[in-house]
Ligand binder design. Structure first.
Ligand code: ARG
Length: 467
């Protein structure tokens, strides 16, 4: 069969084809609409690869210079919006390489020696995610600062602490804020830990089996800031563990944001009225003129679905894949990009919202007045008077039932009434029945007592360089 003149229609891989690709196939297989976002990393990787080819005697100095100049020019065109990405060239790698060949000719055609798009995409993706880890670490520190600012501002103010969404024990608002400081601190550690495993260069694994050309993977890895090179070319060309791990970090962050959002939605109800979310961060209703809705936290809570979905996509994508590269892997990009965009936007706007959040401290304090929130303190008081805890628990339970009947709180009972439940009770009991007495007695490590929380705020301020 004679080759038709448009064979491969100018594709970089067109050589073995005698007919052009169907337009529907080009449209179906192209990834350029989304992977063009990796252009900066693709160019960085290509420059380092070319420099290595030159060191190893596979490119002349002039050829290297032409490649670097050509790639720099292409980068400029992309940044200025002058570059036309073509979907018939499938992806970011071939769009850039084709443009390079068109610009500088023969030298450009030498760039792909000892390289496959399989190790190239892994390289681009890893470099992109490495940067995202650093960006997330900074965004997480920003939101942590917002919690520390709130903790400092409301230091000393009390609120009900809940278990099962029932009033349980009084706590400091600051303690509640620092809980989120801790959660997002773990997220930060996780992201930076994930970065360590991302940070091994795949370049030089080529298609799957490594290269027969005299390459030096280690020097390229060093130049690109990697901690080293990956150990097995077959593992490397089909590995997306790093992407799954990264998106799992994203899912955890978004889940934490979602839990916070749930509290903000709840607290801003008329029923709770614990917080006032600034007007600038709420929206109204098109039909009910009185409404002020907490849309930001609601949307963040809602968006946790798509980030968790991205994680499920990636896990499902990988579960049946044989070694090594399979085109399925191209489907890894969109869930990752979507997770990055969602988490980035959510962290940023939540940080802004927290900076404009006001607590209704009077309402919160009043809420600690009812619900027998110091009952555990009374039981602890009896323990210190040598009453076994189980017995103390039953005694206080009786006193609470009595109060419910009488329609009063524990601290409103007279000493005589209290002593009916246990002769061990003395008039030194009243300070411990007060909300402040309860809160500030909790001086165990990690507890809500004033001194502990003050110390925790100071540690956080120091850690984040806020003092
Ligand atoms: N666009 C491809 C991807 O994202 C790049 C690698 C393609 N490799 C190949 N042999 N077709 O996975």
């Amino acid at each position: 069969m004679s080759k038709d003149s448009t064979a491969g229609s100018g594709k970089l891989w067109g050589g073995r084809f005698s007919r052009t690709t169907a337009a529907s196939v080009e449209a179906f297989t192209a990834s350029i609409d989304y992977d063009s976002r990796l252009y900066k990393y693709d160019i960085l990787g290509s420059k380092a690869h070319a420099a290595m080819l030159q060191r190893q005697g596979m490119l002349s100095r002039e050829e290297l210079d032409a490649i670097v100049a050509g790639l720099n020019a292409i980068e400029g065109e992309i940044e200025r919006g002058e570059f036309r990405f073509r979907s018939e060239l499938e992806d970011v790698h071939m769009n850039i390489e084709k443009a390079l060949v068109e610009k500088i000719g023969a030298a450009g055609a030498k760039l792909h020696s000892a390289r496959s798009r399989n190790d190239q995409i892994a390289l681009d993706f890893k470099m992109y995610l490495r940067d995202q880890c650093d960006i997330f670490a900074d965004l997480l520190d920003d939101i942590r600062k917002a919690f520390v600012v709130l903790a400092r501002r409301y230091m000393g103010d009390v609120m009900p602490g809940y278990t099962h969404m029932q009033r349980a024990q009084p706590v400091l608002i600051s303690h509640h804020m620092l809980a989120y400081y801790e959660m997002f601190g773990r997220d930060r550690q996780r992201v930076l830990d994930c970065r360590k495993r991302i940070n091994f260069s795949p370049l030089g694994c080529a298609a799957l089996a490594g290269s027969g050309l005299p390459i030096d993977r280690e020097s390229v890895a060093l130049e690109l800031g990697f901690a080293g090179v990956t150990a097995n070319s077959m593992d490397t060309s089909g590995d997306r563990d790093f992407a799954i791990e990264f998106v799992s970090c994203c899912a955890m962050i978004q889940n934490h944001l979602s839990r916070l959002s749930e509290e903000l939605v709840l607290w801003s109800t008329q029923e709770f009225s614990f917080v006032e979310i600034d007007d600038a961060f709420c929206t109204g209703s098109s039909i009910m003129p009185q409404k002020k809705n907490p849309d930001i936290p609601e949307l963040i809570r809602g968006k946790s679905g798509r980030v968790i979905g991205s994680l499920m996509s990636l896990l499902t994508l990988m579960k049946g894949l044989p070694l090594t590269y399979n085109r399925d892997l191209q489907e890894d990009k969109e869930p990752v990009f979507d997770a990055v965009d969602t988490v980035t936007a959510s962290l940023a706007i939540m940080t802004e919202l927290l900076g404009n959040l006001r607590f209704a401290t009077d309402v919160m304090r009043r809420a600690t007045r009812t619900g027998f929130m110091t009952a555990t303190d009374l039981a602890d008081y009896l323990v210190l008077k040598n009453v076994p805890f189980r017995e103390a628990h039953a005694i206080v339970g009786g006193a609470v039932a009595y109060c419910i009947d009488k329609g009063c709180e524990l601290e409103e009972l007279s000493l005589k009434e209290l002593q009916r439940f246990s002769p061990a009770i003395d008039d030194d009991v009243y300070p411990i029945l007060s909300v402040e007495g309860s809160v500030h007695s909790r001086l165990s490590t990690g507890g809500t007592g004033r001194d502990r929380v003050e110390q925790a705020i100071q540690n956080a301020e120091q850690q984040l360089g806020m003092v």
